[in-house]
Design a protein around this ligand. Structure first.
Ligand code: UTP
Length: 290
């Protein structure tokens, strides 16, 4: 069976990014010229996913609006002959089908995914976190989709992190049975470095079999009083029903200021019209005594 749908949870409060996120969703903060979430939808589209299910809250409707037509703006761009901009703006509305469901209380990532169950029904589906940007030669989620389909199992994306960072992630324990592919035996949410079974951290990409909903249904609030996806993943790992793929490429967490700013510079440096001047200015800043 093919994976067609992707759940993108975007209903969180983004407290780490305050005060910027008081009224602007974290997922809409610009990363160079586009809101961060647009890169995620593009990654989904390049991977062949056609239906995006946003799990959203009542204050962040502009996320869906960004993927819709803006007739007044398009009309203006057409009348003033700004055809390149017109095409750019319009193409965003034509990338994928947008479906939206509400998470009425922000009870955590596991709960957010559970909110999409009536839309997903009985199909394997992808999950991409709305604030986790990934770039590489091959779209991030596609790396997982290929393994999930050939092995007919749920797959999480993992990346190696420094040992002082393991306490910010879910960390897997497992064995590598093919290059970069692991059978997950166990998972620990945010362990202390001494208790971490590895340095392989679960990042914001998953391909899940619908059985995950059965596990989420019975999940009680865990770490931080939230319904974590980790508990459902652990239940699948214990039944030998979970794999992990070590992802290739770069990752930026929009909710982390250093990553967010680095992502902006990274994209700006790809733009030839900016590269030289930006490099000069950055060098100037770096040589400036603070
Ligand atoms: P995070 O934990 O990084 O985001 O969740 P957050 O809760 O918005 O941010 P902080 O920690 O307070 O700064 C990862 C993704 O999952 C969504 C978020 O919107 C984010 O894109 N999320 C999180 C939900 O949709 N619902 C939730 O209950 C929690």
């Amino acid at each position: 069976m093919q994976v067609r749908k992707v759940v993108i949870p975007v209903a969180g409060w983004g407290t780490r990014s305050l005060p910027a996120t008081k009224n602007i969703p974290k997922e809409m903060l610009p990363v160079y010229k586009k809101p961060g979430v647009q890169y995620i939808v593009e990654e989904a589209m390049y991977s062949g996913l056609t239906d995006v299910v946003f799990v959203n809250n009542q204050n962040k409707k502009i996320i869906e609006d960004h993927f819709d037509y803006n007739w007044a703006l398009e009309d203006l761009l057409e009348r003033t002959g700004k055809t390149t901009l017109l095409e750019e703006v319009r193409s965003v509305a034509e990338m994928v089908n947008i479906i939206s469901v509400r998470q009425k209380k922000q009870l955590g990532l596991g709960h957010a995914v559970f909110c999409a169950r009536e839309i997903i029904k009985n199909e394997p589906f992808a999950v991409m976190l709305g604030d986790d940007l990934m770039f590489g030669r091959e779209p991030g989620i596609k790396q997982l989709m290929d393994v999930a389909m050939s092995e007919n199992m749920s797959v999480v994306g993992v990346m190696e992190v420094e040992s002082d960072k393991v306490s910010s992630y879910g960390i897997i324990q497992g064995e590598e049975f093919a290059p970069g592919i692991f059978r997950v035996r166990s998972l620990i949410e945010k362990p202390k470095p001494a208790q971490a079974p590895s340095r392989l951290a679960v990042v914001g990409r998953y391909v899940l079999m619908p059985e995950v909903f059965t596990h989420l249904e019975g999940t009680e609030p865990g770490h931080g009083g939230e319904i974590q996806i980790t508990d459902a993943l652990l239940a699948m790992a214990r039944k030998n029903r979970l794999l992990a793929v070590k992802m290739r490429g770069m990752r930026f967490d929009v909710g982390d200021w250093t990553d967010y700013l680095t992502a902006n510079i990274y994209f700006a440096l790809q733009d030839e019209t900016l590269r030289d001047e930006l490099t000069r200015k950055l060098k100037g800043l770096l040589s400036c005594p603070s």
